[in-house]
Design a protein around this ligand. Structure first.
Ligand code: HEM
Length: 220
């Protein structure tokens, strides 16, 4: 479990360096230090910019800004039925990720007790929400011959399908955990596949929200 916790923090930290770099590289040329941008090879300027941004992320009611992004991305553009599907999927995923990773990556022990029972109940809502969302949104994320343009829409499409497949593996491993199919080793391996699918779902969800927000912002 310690290795999984270490891998979780490493991949999350990497994602929170890579995504802002995309944003920084596309910033309009404004001030002097913008000239010293990553594509000119100076990562120090980029990390200076990133460190300068961190305090701003926690100022001016960040949860209000987060809620506005959630509304703009998952609620406002959709019909009442679709809104509730997106809300159900997002909130159940939020609880599942928080409960699962609090145990797996912070306490570094197995999820147990009432939080596990809630995890399994909300898992059902997640499974249903995921299936309906994939059915409703798949047409916006075509793959293979006609890859979407621009670049960001392509990444949004890749993240959408990684999330969908990871979600499917999460539901499948959760069902397998409940069946007496194999011994303790088999069960522990299933739990590890569940954890890795959870990490893949979490990373792709964060990247998906970023690229969808970036594209929406560019479209304004
Ligand atoms: C599809 C519905 C889901 C069900 C029924 C479910 C069920 C479970 C169960 C029974 C465990 C405990 C395994 C054990 O330790 O023996 C577990 C662990 C875990 N789940 Fe889920 N889960 C679901 C979806 C998710 C999702 C969407 C995420 C997050 C993105 C997630 C993240 C985790 C994590 C990180 C653990 C490991 C906690 C630990 O180390 O014990 N799960 N899940």
């Amino acid at each position: 479990m310690l290795l999984f916790a270490f891998f979780t923090w490493l991949t999350l930290a990497t994602l929170f360096v890579i995504l802002p770099r995309h944003y920084y590289q596309h910033l309009p040329m404004q001030s002097e230090d913008q000239r010293d941008r990553p594509e000119t090879g100076s990562m120090s300027a980029y990390f200076r910019w990133l460190l300068n941004c961190v305090p701003g992320c926690f100022q001016n009611k960040p949860w209000k800004r987060g809620l506005k992004v959630f509304r703009d991305l998952c609620v406002t553009p959709y019909s009442p039925q679709e809104k509730w599907i997106h809300i159900g999927l997002s909130l159940s995923f939020l609880y599942l990720a928080l409960s699962g990773f609090f145990f797996a990556a912070i306490l570094i022990r197995s999820l147990t007790g009432l939080l596990l029972v809630l995890h399994m109940i909300l898992g059902g809502i997640f499974g249903l929400g995921l299936a309906l969302t994939v059915l409703l949104r798949a047409k916006e994320y075509p793959v293979a011959e006609n890859w979407p343009d621009p670049h960001e829409h392509r990444w949004e499409t890749i993240c959408f399908w990684i999330f969908a497949v990871s979600g499917f593996v999460l539901v499948l491993t959760a069902l397998l955990m409940m069946l007496p199919l194999w011994d303790l080793i088999g069960h522990l391996n299933t739990v590890m596949v569940h954890r890795l699918a959870a990490l893949s779902a979490l990373l792709s969800a964060i990247a998906f929200v970023y690229f969808k927000w970036y594209r929406m912002r560019e479209a304004k």
